[in-house]
Design a protein around this ligand. Structure first.
Ligand code: PGA
Ligand code: ZN
Length: 414
């Protein structure tokens, strides 16, 4: 069996929002990998640059000219070398020359090609025999922000996590049940509700922020009772997207209210305590490490997670660890470029006791690699939505992985 790269190619196709994206094929002597890159809407300022000037077309031209000749003949098994080569060809620290999404697609397709070269599922190639833990699915059930049009919640995502689920199928079922119940409750609360959903398949109602949370918690409680598990509500505030840096306030349009950072801290503490939240992501602006630290110190039994804050970047994470900012983080490989970079950040997080959450983006492809990355990196949580084809693709793949693992499968420790 050989994982020597024989061919690499790139094409332009579309993500779930209909935006152009890059897909890369890596062909080895005995394997094949194919990965399309996702895209964010509420992106962090410190993320790598997705595409060079000229967009996907330019990225493909540069890829063909500079990357392809270098890759052919290399061994896909040497992931570190492949990723180092991508950095070297780009020559910057933000992938602005070849594009972070090109780096992402090459890097992950390479891992898949290496895995299939040895007839292994990708999660097993990444984790070895020890990779047998299924993550808890953190699923988006309601929201707005930059993921929906018109008047809806300022808080971007209301999510649920089915703690104490006995296996992944049960966990996925729980999230789907909550999503369905919320739809019925929203319809009852507002006869004009059309059933509209945002980019990630979450309901996008015209409703105030805290009212929405009440509905989500009620649905969680009902499903918890029905299944005998503990479904808890969570939030991705994505606070940078409604922070006014000039006035230094968070602008809550639905309530016609502005909160300064002290008031925002109080509001977050209130929501966490009142609704027993299990997880809160980006409760403050992406540069406000101090408030993250303050909130982390003041909360118990709730993960405080950085997405726009850390952008999967090890320097930003190390600063956060030093300051005690958060105790969890989002891992989005294309925020940082390569698989090796994402793994480095994940390892640092684990060593510091931060819970890594392997995450989709709001613009996704129907690829299922995210499921393999979650199990392969032993992330106890995967954030990948509840419904819509491109989200359910990851959930269904985890169901297959659970089946592959058979008796060895177990839910992660969280
Ligand atoms: P994205 O963000 O739109 O940048 O993918 C989703 C999120 O904030 O988690
Ligand atoms: Zn986020």
């Amino acid at each position: 069996m050989s994982s020597i790269i024989e061919d690499v190619m790139a094409r332009k196709l579309f993500n779930s929002r209909g935006q152009e994206t890059i897909e890369v094929d890596v062909v080895t002597v005995d394997g094949f990998g194919r990965v399309g890159a996702p895209a964010g809407a509420s992106t962090g300022k410190a993320e790598v640059v997705s595409y060079p000037k000229g967009g996907v077309d330019a990225a493909i031209r540069i890829f063909e000219e500079l990357v392809v000749p270098e890759l052919i003949g290399m061994d896909a098994e040497e992931q570190n070398e492949i990723d180092a080569l991508l950095h070297e060809i780009d020559g910057t620290d933000n992938f602005c020359n070849i594009g972070g999404n090109t780096a992402f697609a090459v890097s992950v397709a390479n891992a898949e090609a290496a895995a299939t070269s040895y007839d292994l599922p990708m999660f097993q190639f990444l984790a070895g025999y020890a990779g047998n833990e299924l993550p808890y699915p953190l699923g988006n059930v309601l929201g707005g922000g930059k993921h929906a049009l018109g008047k809806t919640t300022d808080i971007q995502e209301y999510l649920v996590i089915p703690l104490k689920a006995r296996n992944f199928v049960e966990a996925a079922t729980a999230n789907i049940m909550v999503h369905e119940k919320i739809g019925a409750m929203l319809r009852k609360a507002d006869p004009n509700f059309t059933g509209g959903r945002g980019d990630e398949g979450a309901w996008a109602p015209n409703i105030e922020n805290e009212e929405a949370l009440k509905i989500v918690v009620k649905a969680c409680d009902e499903v918890s009772d029905e299944l005998g598990i503990e479904v808890r509500a969570c939030l991705d505030v994505a606070a940078s997207s409604f922070y006014d840096p000039k006035k230094q306030v968070y602008v809550y349009s639905m309530e016609g209210k502005k909160r300064d950072s002290g008031e925002q801290l109080e509001f977050m503490l209130h929501l966490i305590e009142e609704y027993k939240l299990a997880y809160v992501e980006d409760p403050f602006d992406e540069d406000d490490y101090e408030s993250f630290a303050e909130l982390t110190k003041k909360t118990k039994n709730c993960l405080i997670s950085g997405d726009d804050l850390f952008v999967t970047n090890r320097e930003r994470l190390c600063k956060g660890i030093e300051m005690g900012a958060g105790n969890s983080l989002i891992i989005k490989t294309n925020q940082i470029g390569t698989l090796s970079d994402a793994w480095e950040t994940t390892k640092i997080a684990k060593r510091a006791g931060y819970v890594p959450v392997m995450s989709h983006r709001s613009g996704e492809t129907p690829d299922a690699h995210l499921a393999h990355l979650a199990v392969g990196f032993s992330c106890p949580v995967i954030k990948s939505g509840v419904l819509h084809g491109e989200r359910i693709a990851k959930i269904n793949e985890l169901i297959r992985i659970e089946e592959t693992l058979g008796n060895r499968a177990q839910m992660a420790i969280l």
